[in-house]
Design a protein around this ligand. Sequence first.
Ligand code: BTN
Length: 333
Amino acid sequence: MKGNKVVLSILHLLNDNRFYSVEYLAKQLNCSRTAITKALNTIKNLGINISNIPEKGYRCHDSFVWLNRDVIFQYHSLISKSYNLMIFDIIESTNKFLLNYPKEKQSCNAYVPVVTSEIQTYGRGRGGRLWYSGVGTNLAFSLRWRFDQGIYVLSGLSLVIGLAIVRTMRSLTNLEFNLKWPNDILFDNHKLAGVLIELRGNAIGPSFAVIGIGINFNLHESFTHAIDQKVTDLSTITGAKLNRNLVLSALLLELQIVLTQFHTCGFIPFKDEWIKCHAFHGKDVNLIMQDGSVIEGTVDGVNDDGSICLFTATGKNSYHIGDISLRLKPDNK
Ligand code: BTN
């Protein structure tokens, strides 16, 4: 049994507030005592509250909240009719799973496939980066939406998804979340969540979008120090442990609303609200292109197709979604 799987299996076993010895766990899970001890250390390092009494063994004081289909549907019963929700313990990538999902199983958006998993072993991020999602630290899920048109009409989609996340986070916490073009979700200039959209189809359609969302819930310190970006998580922001089932349920409800509207009206109805949420609106920025070249400019909103407008030395220019990243210059207030 691989490391992550041992961690998950122990957490399942320890979910009843009773004591378990290392020997017992090793026997139950059919692995070595060393593997059990290593997994127990990983669990402690995740910030999960477990104690060890030498004669009795280990006990977990936190009741670990698993992703649970019934609970997710209980929060908003309507979504049980709109989504085909699949929950895994471990998966390589929820986006990859839905890219390979058989086309014949989705002829319309009446029962939209959604996949979530406790762990992704190879979560995909933008620009070919990896997206880290360990046990209980993250909410990682993807859904697949079908469009009759070709992929050329889908520009602006990723901005709309970012907006749906901001709306949901604001209504769940009453706090001020923002966006960074095209679709990072920020709190106080720290990244809370990311969106990766992978499109398939052709110019005349039909086409489909696999919309992958990763939200940080409870990141480990070693991780936040290891990456070259300011990141945050919902535990830090709210000072509480938000239930991932509740957040997923609320997000699925909002996504259903925005995707239905986007499907018929495109990005335009969302544009003004999106600009109001943009943390970089009116700021001087560096826009880093795929080839590493940098464009300096001042952000002047976004266009009807979701591309960003910059005032630059050569005039007002627009830049489209791609492998572009936007960075605040250090002297920006
Ligand atoms: C980013 O780099 O900002 C986008 C990260 C998107 C990560 C999510 S997690 C769920 C889904 N499955 C993946 O493999 N990636 C996306």
